[in-house]
Design a protein around this ligand. Sequence first.
Ligand code: DQQ
Length: 590
Amino acid sequence: MGVSDVVTVLLLLVLINLSNHNIKGIDAFHRIYEKLQSQSVESVNHLHRTGFHFQPPKHWINDPNGPVYYKGFYHLFYQYNPQGAVWGNIVWAHSVSKDLVNWEALEPAIYPSKWFDIGGTWSGSITIVPGKGPVILYTSLNQNKTQMQSYAIPQDPSDPYLRKWIKPDDNPIAVPDWTMNGSEFRDPTTAWFSKDGHWRTLVGSVRKHRGIAYIYRSRDFKHWVKAKHPVHSKERTGMWECPDFFPVSLTDFNNGLDLDYVGPNTKHVLKVSLDLTRYEYYTLGKYDSKKDRYVPDGDSPDGWDGLRFDYGNFYASKTFFDYKKNRRILWGWANESDTVDDDRLKGWAGLQVIPRTVLLDSSKKQLVFWPIEEIESLRSNYVRMNNHDIKMGQRLEVKGITPAKADVEVTFYVGSLEKAETFDPSFTFKPFDLCKLKGSNVTGGVGPFGLITLATPDLEEYTPVFFRVFKDTSTHKPKVLMCSDARPSTLKQDQGPSPKEKMYKPSFAGFVDVDLSDGRISLRSLIDHSVVENFGALGKTVITSRVYPVKAVKENAHLYVFNNGTQTVNVESLNAWSMDSPSQMNDGGL
Ligand code: DQQ
């Protein structure tokens, strides 16, 4: 073992240790809780269940799979344990919707039943193949747990509900060869058709700690051949789960592109979910379709410090192109951050975030995300606030809506940045540490200011979401930190000696790439009992947090705007709505 190998191993050990703090219920290597995975749920505890997020009536869920718009319906499949509230026994559960808000649950689409998938039906995607209809590509595990790629087709492609799926006998369509790691080979992407007459799909993997996205080609969507080189790989990033690969337009910042779009003015996005840390990153770059190689742009960090779709509790995400509205939509899984024991007692675990549109930011350096417009149909009671100064230490209550189930949009005017603190460059890649260090209460110059969600009036419990503005003397630009700090979110005590038995209360954070030249910054928060989704600067930085207040619940929860910086901040406009619940999801026999 050379010095660099020793360094790599040490680095990985540190990361594995770190990752243990990030996750629970499912760990980096899909180890399962033997005793709990099939322990049926006696009753469902509703205290922290969400009001307008996607959740089945009970049990464990994880990755969104195969989202697609087909014959008037949006389909969402997802990894689901029909027998318990922890990961295990995974099937593809299936729901349909006409508007991405109200869902009808159907029977699971695929579940282990054939020799090639008896060991598991894991994540994958759907491609609409002309002449065939929708085809599922998924990771199937045989009885030895070898990971392979398989396909399934609808029994009746004319059925808009796509209720029944068939797994043809010529499966699997891709098996790991001797150069590959058979227990780390999964999550095929939606395929795209190229001018050379081939379909292409990516499959995530790892080799010697190098994260890999293999590319497979097929002429008939049945016989697939691995390209000589991976489309992309990166050393020391570990297993790449759930890759996602799609083009974005460099000239049209309002519409999404389908996967097979070819044109001069595009870039590609490659997103990977890092099994070691349980967070994702993406790069923007150029895809050379002749060489089947993807090269990230020089200023798009490729690795642990990369850009993220969401800087919070968000994983295994997947986009799809919505033909109906010409947009690319992102789904992502928000895991619980309470304990495995809590999940067992609650009888449920996991949710899907509100779907988000994905566009290239006009800077062309990053993406922007925004909750789909359909979610606004749930807005009810409305209150507003205009032109309110908030001096240092002040807190203003937003009254007249249901704070535990709300949609809030606020624009702050911060004015001069003269009082902003100097940015310490050692935090450049450590926004979490900076958020943890300063929190929402340490007085700053410009900020911390923002929203206090899910709060008791005496702030025994609260989840603050806020900005803190620094001066970056190297760039002469403001450095804007955005935080969602779960530390004060609950009075419930951390329990148990091991990380998985302890509640996880992270100080999630990211920087927001804005110059504040007009003195303004906006924040939108979707608050839903145990989940808060936050969109800074119109979706440039997004942070999702899971929190479990015991007092600030339902009608006892409050919402405030606050400022703990010496510079007075003006709430230029605040619009807030109570949110209704969508029509009940029927349980489809789940
Ligand atoms: N979850 C699936 C895998 C995927 C992982 C198994 C990501 O296919 O890699 O439930 O959360």
